[in-house]
Design a protein around this ligand. Structure first.
Ligand code: NAP
Length: 646
């Protein structure tokens, strides 16, 4: 995987340039071209996106305006070629602001502008890098960190600690990096956030082959990052963390690990001390199996989507899939291609968001642009960021004047519902099938499933059967539904999701005065900013409670900000000459009240639909209910008053 570099000069023909421009997205194309060529005259005001129509694929621009934009971009690139592709001088602040204003319509909030610069990372600037180094702030104070997990969050955490000169070890249960992208190898697995945004701001790839890349490509990206940042020597692979215990006297964590193949009973557990522990284990890593009578009695092979069994031959078999969530929706079409017959057991229908280019490779024209106008990727990233900053949050918010129902929670929500209904009605013209696939909960109460029409095509196959009657039990030979019908199958695949609310399980985490993390949570995980928990000094959580997003942003964005906050907190500790920081209970509680109050106004809390967004108590322990900017503001730097420093 190659990261974005300098523009490569070109001598392409006029036609080739026009073809490239034709394949590109209007907004990033115009801005990237103006950026490269210095010709800001192409940013004509009427070609700017309509800020009220950001969710519209063309941002309110008519076909005439779109084609005028393309003509102007092509002419500017042709003139640039004719001038010998001079290397652009670094644009001054005023020019960058003009480019940003074209995308955003103008930004009043200086903090939002700062965030935009961070996301853009022009000239490969790494704005979120630590602003201090261990050897400068506390050269005589050794400090070591254990990072649990070498997935997307663990990699960014480690990179930031390395930049700050802090000693760290990553403890990873698997034999490689990648986390969720290593675990989920089911057919059809791909990201559902556009890739120019689903990547680190400080390591933007020049080579995404698709708009929404497949699992192997993402795994390759994270492997490359670990390689390029030199993290592998610090990773102990195939090592599971059993427990982390805070030693009140030494003010350190005692971390107990078990290497693969080692015997716990034979005393082969390794015990080490660290000054801080970063949990980067993710929310979606412990498979959840449904509590269905007789599940263990099934005589054939059965497995979970996150533990895919390549050794199980599906060809010629009658296969049952239980679940129709984000994972199942991705693997059901390829499984249908392979199996002799496929039975899809659906409890809750997913809302599908039409995404025409979901499976498409990047057109050659866009690849050409990424090579010769690499900042196209950065401006595309900003464009996606800008549209998802708030994204559909307002449409997920309950309008008090629109009494919420399981149909919709506001007029805007109803509008989204109608748009999604059009997609379903077009794909499922038969009333019976349509009734079976129309969700009975408000849109945005669960994450959308992206769809380019493949869901309807798959469910219309003669060898695929959608079963919506509840499952009563599983027998050695198949599945019995509540209507008494027995469905014989050879293989069962569980697309039944993860134990998301059981954060940090099965590890045992013991804090100050012997406090047990899971007991303290009582099945209802909470943390301050999703990162710190009172009584658990120097413990930092990544993708912790209430940092998941349903309708806006990307989890990578949150991990980057969590990494900055955590590293700055360690810097704060070292500068103060202290050993430990513990979040004040009142700060934590007030913050959680705010989160809960806001979450209560969201469709995902109101709706009775089953989802992984709720803990056993019914409270949403998963979701962040505010904008991306809000999380950025709150995590910009730790406030010493939020912590007791000892
Ligand atoms: P999920 O969204 O929790 O879906 C689980 C499915 O299993 C649901 O359809 C659920 O039905 C069904 N189910 C659970 N227990 C059942 C039972 N006893 N009987 C019948 N059906 C049952 O899990 P997931 O699909 O693995 O996705 C989890 C999350 O991972 C997603 O929301 C997303 O954030 C992430 N993800 C992302 C991608 C991507 O980026 N492309 C891909 C996959 C996953 P109910 O709805 O009725 O509970």
């Amino acid at each position: 995987m190659r990261f974005l570099g300098a523009p490569v000069p070109f001598d392409a023909s006029d036609d080739d340039i026009r073809a490239a421009v034709d394949a590109a997205d209007h907004v990033p194309l115009l801005v990237a071209t103006a950026h490269l060529t210095g010709d800001l005259s192409i940013l004509e005001p009427e070609l700017a996106p309509d800020q009220l129509l950001l969710l519209d694929p063309t941002a309110g621009l008519t076909p005439e305006l779109l084609s005028r934009g393309k003509e102007l971009a092509a002419a500017a690139l042709i003139a640039h070629r004719d001038a010998g592709c001079p290397a652009p001088p670094p644009p001054d602040e005023e020019t960058i602001l003009a480019l940003i204003n074209f995308v955003t319509g103008g930004v009043d909030d200086p903090q939002l502008l700062e965030l935009i610069h961070e996301e853009l990372a022009l000239d490969e600037a790494d704005h979120r890098a630590p602003r201090w180094r261990h050897d400068e702030v506390a050269p005589d104070r050794p400090f070591s960190v254990a990072i649990i997990g070498a997935g997307m969050s663990g990699i960014v955490a480690a990179h930031r600690l390395r930049q700050a000169g802090i000693d760290f070890t990553i403890l990873e249960k698997d034999a490689d990096v990648g986390g969720t992208w290593l675990d989920n190898i089911y057919p059809g697995c791909r990201v559902d956030v556009p890739n120019h945004f689903y990547s680190y701001s400080f390591a933007q790839s020049a080579e995404w082959p698709q708009f929404f890349s497949t699992q192997d490509v993402l795994l390759d990206y994270f492997r490359s990052c670990a390689e390029v940042f030199g993290l592998r020597p610090n990773i102990r692979f195939s090592t599971e963390v059993l427990s982390a215990t805070w030693d009140d006297d030494a003010q350190q964590w005692v971390v107990r690990t078990l290497a693969a193949g080692a015997d716990q009973d034979a005393g082969e557990v390794v015990e080490e001390r660290y000054d801080a522990v970063l949990s980067a284990v993710g929310q979606l890593n412990q498979p959840s199996f449904p509590d269905i009578e007789g599940r263990d009695s099934f005589a054939g092979p059965s497995f979970h989507s996150a533990r895919w069994r390549d050794d199980v031959e599906l060809a010629g078999k009658r296969v049952a899939v239980i679940g129709t969530g984000a994972s199942a929706a991705q693997f059901i079409p390829p499984v249908a291609d392979e199996a002799a017959e496929l039975l899809v057991f659906q409890r809750t229908a997913p809302w599908l968001i039409p995404t025409e280019n979901y499976h498409d490779v990047l057109p050659d024209g866009v690849r050409w642009l990424l090579h010769h106008v690499p900042d196209y990727a950065r401006w595309d990233r900003l464009w996606i960021f800008w549209r998802t900053q708030e994204g559909l949050l307002p449409c997920a918010t309950i309008d008090p004047d629109w009494p919420p129902t399981e149909q919709s929670v506001s007029m805007m929500n109803e509008f989204i519902r109608q748009m999604l209904m059009e997609h379903l009605t077009a794909g499922f013209p038969e009333p019976d099938l349509l009734a079976a696939v129309v969700p009975d909960y408000p849109p945005l109460a669960k994450r959308f499933v992206r769809d380019n029409g493949i869901w309807a095509r798959t469910l219309h196959r003669d060898d695929v059967h959608l079963i919506t009657t509840g499952i009563e039990r599983i027998t050695p030979s198949g599945v019995v539904t509540a209507d008494g019908v027995e469905h014989p199958v050879d293989v069962i695949i569980y697309g039944t999701g993860f134990q998301a609310s059981r954060f940090l399980t099965p590890m045992q985490v013991t804090g100050r005065g012997g406090a047990d993390l899971h007991e303290q949570w009582g099945g209802d995980a909470r943390a301050y900013l999703g990162i710190t928990v009172p009584n658990f000094p120097n413990l930092f959580l990544f993708y912790g409670p209430n940092t998941n997003i349903v309708v806006n942003g990307s989890i990578i964005y949150f991990s980057e900000l969590e990494a900055r906050y955590t590293v700055e907190a360690i810097g704060m500790l070292l500068r103060a000459g202290k050993r430990a920081l513990d979040c004040r209970a009142e700060v934590h509680d007030a913050y959680n009240e705010e989160i809960d109050a806001r979450n209560a106004e969201m469709a995902w809390s109101f709706s009775k639909v089953s989802s992984w967004y709720k803990a056993e108590s019914g409270r949403s322990a998963q979701n962040w209910p505010f904008s991306l900017l809000e999380y950025w503001k709150r995590t910009l730097e730790p406030d010493p008053d939020d912590y007791v420093l000892t």
